[in-house]
Design a protein around this ligand. Structure first.
Ligand code: 5AD
Ligand code: SF4
Length: 443
């Protein structure tokens, strides 16, 4: 028997890249690769890159530069670049960094076995097409390894929204939804392998409109209801959503669908209507707030999280203050904030930019507000009973860690619990980044 070849994948960016990296490892599993955690003993290194914010390409080039010595020692080592930087830069990557053997865009991972073979034969292998076939469908003949209790499942890719700051519509292409039957089959397969919580992924996941088994287009709400019927699946989440695609059925599902968790990531980006307009967001601060009210009417304990960009071109102090006011009003459980960074090829990159120190100062103010808010929301869990899906042992003996329905990390002292157990937990205290509690009942 030949020794398996070793594959090292370094993943940058969003959860969708995490999912894609798993699929790439499975695709190359068929070519005799097993994963390794160290680049030093790899026969193939793949960088699964992200292009969403600043200097992404430069970071990739400097990471590639670090592999020079390794490649000199090991001429058979193959180096590949995948993900959104691969899509955006294409052939340029091999021109600028000749040690790269393979470049593959996010829509072509199912072609990795052929590309790997080409690279092994000494040729340069490049594929940044947007092919018609479902890349995940072609990837489905994979080993049925046991899985942990939580998993991501990509149901939709690409985006047609064209926010003025964002590269996604260019790197991931137009919105495409996977057929519902494929999603349901994959979900059942994950459950058979031990998964109890599935997070549906898409750049614009609530715009999902995959073909259903009845031939009709299914909405995300309809897909969630079908997932709700899968025995053994206990929890459903989805991310990321656009406010304009939050339809009535999806709002209602948050009220009625037992397995849909009371957590929603719903980025608003800014609280100023002028800036929202210049961002091409096609909603206002007011319409966003009304939407949150409707969601909370359906599910009063819904925990919200958001994304914010500070220092977008033309953002005045008053515009920024409107963002802080919106945050005060919504009260987020989690929030992610970024300084605006120019992405070549996007409309806002051409506009006059704000000074760096203004961006820095605003980011700091916004972050101190959301840190306080996050802590308040987390502290408000003390004294409540939540449900926790346990994932792994904690740092201390006898400790187990899991996530509540609101996505807070929860620690308990309970040596008999195993990963995958769902339990009712009384929350006793709130720490810097997690809650501690006592198990009341195993579900
Ligand atoms: N600059 C800063 N933040 C950005 N995001 C997307 N593009 C940019 C950019 N050019 C942020 C948005 C988005 C999140 C994933 O990344 O807030 O919701
Ligand atoms: Fe980018 Fe999201 Fe806007 Fe689409 S909706 S362009 S992915 S920020």
């Amino acid at each position: 028997m030949t020794e398996p070849k070793k594959l090292f994948i370094k993943t940058y960016g969003c959860q969708m890249n995490v999912y894609d990296s798993e699929r790439m490892a499975e695709a190359l599993g068929g070519q005799g690769y097993v994963e390794t955690k160290s680049a030093d003993d790899a026969d193939m290194i793949l960088l699964n890159t992200c292009h969403i914010r600043e200097k992404a390409a430069e970071k990739v080039y400097s990471e590639l530069g670090r592999y020079k010595g390794l490649k000199a020692e090991k001429p058979d080592l193959k180096i590949g670049v995948a993900g959104c930087v691969a899509q955006a830069e294409g052939e340029e990557i091999m021109r600028r960094q000749p040690l790269v053997d393979l470049v593959v865009g996010p829509q072509s991972y199912h072609r990795l076995p052929e590309l790997e073979a080409k690279a092994r034969s000494g040729e340069k292998a490049l594929d940044t097409d947007f092919p018609e076939e479902d890349k995940f469908d072609v990837l489905k003949n994979r080993p049925k390894a046991k899985r942990g209790p939580t998993a991501f499942l990509t149901v939709q890719e690409g985006c047609d929204k064209f926010c003025a700051f964002c590269v996604v519509p260019y790197t991931r292409g137009a919105e495409v939804s996977r057929p519902a039957t494929r999603v349901l089959d994959e979900a059942r397969d994950l459950v058979d392998r031990g998964v109890r919580e599935i997070t549906l992924l898409g750049q614009n996941v609530n715009a999902y409109h995959g073909e259903g088994p009845d031939g009709a287009d299914w909405s995300l709400a309809r897909l969630i209801w079908a997932l709700n019927d899968i025995d053994g699946l206990e929890r459903i989440r989805f991310t990321t959503s656009h406010p304009n695609d939050m339809d009535d059925d999806l709002i209602e599902a948050h009220g009625n669908c037992a397995k849909l968790m009371p957590y929603l990531h719903l980025p608003v980006q800014s609280g100023s209507d002028h800036i929202l307009k210049r961002m091409n967001r096609s909603h206002t601060a007011e319409s966003y707030i009304r939407l949150i009210e409707r969601l909370r009417a359906a599910r009063p304990d819904l925990l919200l999280s958001g994304d914010f960009i500070v220092g977008f071109p033309e953002e005045s102090e008053a515009d920024f203050q409107a963002t802080l006011d919106l945050i005060e009003e919504v009260k987020y459980g989690y929030a992610y904030s970024f300084k605006y960074s120019t992405r070549p090829g996007t409309p806002a990159a051409e506009r006059a930019q704000l000074p760096e120190d203004v961006k820095d100062e605003r980011l700091q103010r916004l972050q101190s507000l959301i840190t306080r808010q996050q802590r308040e929301v987390q502290d408000s869990m003390v004294g409540k009973t939540v449900s926790v899906l346990f994932e792994k042992p904690g740092r201390f003996a006898g400790q187990m860690v899991g996530k509540s329905e609101y996505l807070h990390a929860v620690h308990v002292q309970s040596p008999d619990l195993t990963p995958g157990t769902l339990a009712k937990v009384h929350i006793d205290s709130s720490g810097a980044n997690s809650l501690s509690g006592t198990v009341k009942a195993v579900l």
